[in-house]
Design a protein around this ligand. Sequence first.
Ligand code: SAM
Length: 236
Amino acid sequence: MRIDVVTIFPDYLAPLSLSLPGKAREKGLLDVRVHDLRDWTHDRHRTVDDTPYGGGAGMVMRPEPWGEALDEVAANRPTLVFTTPSGEPFTQALAKELSTREHLVFACGRYEGIDQRVIEHAASLGEVREVSLGDYVLNGGEVAALAIVEAVVRLLPGFMGNAESLAEESHEDGLLEYPVYTKPASWRGLDVPEVLLSGDHGRIAAWRREQAVRRTAQRRPDLLAPSAVPGGGELK
Ligand code: SAM
């Protein structure tokens, strides 16, 4: 997969060479390029923003540098991801969808956001997705791009050493994951649930499913709409 990120703070994306995305780059699964939007400005001050038409507080990102940047970076019909709090919510399902794309281009907004015409025009370059990390406002799109890249890259075939660990994670089956434990069996007076020491795989699977449903009902009842849970969401 190829990923391009356009930002006015390229240093913000340094973690892409660490940790999981770094590993994917080493394995040759990922080609990441980070671009400074100001490289497509032509004035002495490398200006990327201006006052909003219609008035109001803050500044808006000008269309010209974005237009030139995307014409260059998105020349081979990628999926263009605009990070914005007014976008579709980022979910595991969307991460899966994006992981099937060959080329993602991230446009990181700042100030009050990017001139809307950039997003309209981007539709002539490829598939456009406006994506929100959640119902809160960040200062810029860089953190959102980092989070989306990390969630997408770990789904790339061949990336995870143990693909099974992906299948059992939170949100994979519409439920939050059951609680997990490791050695020692007893720690500070707290014991690992007996069923996990039983070696009885049927009982363990049933206990885990029950715990996942219970936890989801307590913490995220919105996920338990009957249509949201394969096999139903009833508590046993
Ligand atoms: N005025 C905008 C609004 O109310 O929707 C918020 C602009 S925010 C201060 C600046 C930039 O941060 C946005 O253009 C976007 O790229 C990014 N951003 C902020 N919150 C975000 C979120 N929840 N998800 C994705 N990107 C976000």
